[in-house]
Design a protein around this ligand. Structure first.
Ligand code: GRF
Length: 195
């Protein structure tokens, strides 16, 4: 299976996916890493691993999301991915874009969905006094951070945790969960994985 990955920043999740796919005996290989930010550090990390990269700056398109997505679709469709992974991708995608990849588009979200869709998930978990937090890999649908859950990993919330310390603990689990879910998904197995 051909996998394209969309990033917006450092791409630590993207790197975890690339490393796992490079380990061989994997049903998928990365065909493109694309970003909405030409300065995304993840682009250089992907290129250093020999993966094709593309950057489409969303800023010139202003509020015209569809125009940005048309530009993004050019390198994306040229790579002919079977699966599209969002990994720290911070742009909301229109239903028109999502529908093109219906049933074969994944995202990792730093909360135990359905709790805390959207932003500032760790701060919200702390403010709620949750004993646990974590991350979710889900199929992307037109509704933000909704869609079938394909995997979750949990971490304890510890006394004295800040949003940063909790985020770091969750991120470590993201790097375990996302590669494990992609392996299954690329092999046609949609059984949810709970780490
Ligand atoms: C992190 O907050 C992570 O929890 C979320 O996206 C952000 C950046 O991730 N998935 P990455 O390092 O760019 O993969």
């Amino acid at each position: 299976k051909r996998v394209a990955i969309l990033i917006s920043g450092g791409g630590s999740n993207m790197l975890a996916l690339l490393r796992d796919m490079a380990a061989g005996d994997h049903p998928a290989r990365a065909v493109l890493v694309a970003s909405n930010d030409p300065a995304a550090a993840g682009l250089a990390r992907a290129a250093a691993m020999g993966v094709a990269v593309a950057a489409v700056d969303h800023r010139p398109f202003g509020k015209d999301r569809a125009a940005f997505e048309r530009a993004l679709l050019e390198p994306l469709l040229a790579a002919a991915p079977d699966i599209l992974c969002l990994a720290g991708f911070m742009r909301v995608l229109t239903p028109g874009f999502v529908d093109r990849f219906a049933g074969r588009m994944l995202n990792i979200h730093p909360s135990l969905l359905p709790k805390y869709p959207g932003l500032h998930t760790h701060q919200r978990a702390l403010e709620a006094g949750d004993a646990e937090a974590g991350c979710t890999v889900h199929e992307v649908t037109p509704v933000l951070d909704d869609g079938t859950i394909l995997g979750q990993a949990r971490v304890p919330v510890l006394p004295g945790d800040t949003a940063e310390s909790l985020a770091a603990r969750v991120l470590q689990q993201e790097h375990r969960l996302y590669p494990a879910v992609l392996r299954r998904f690329a092999a046609g197995d949609r059984t949810p994985l709970f780490l």
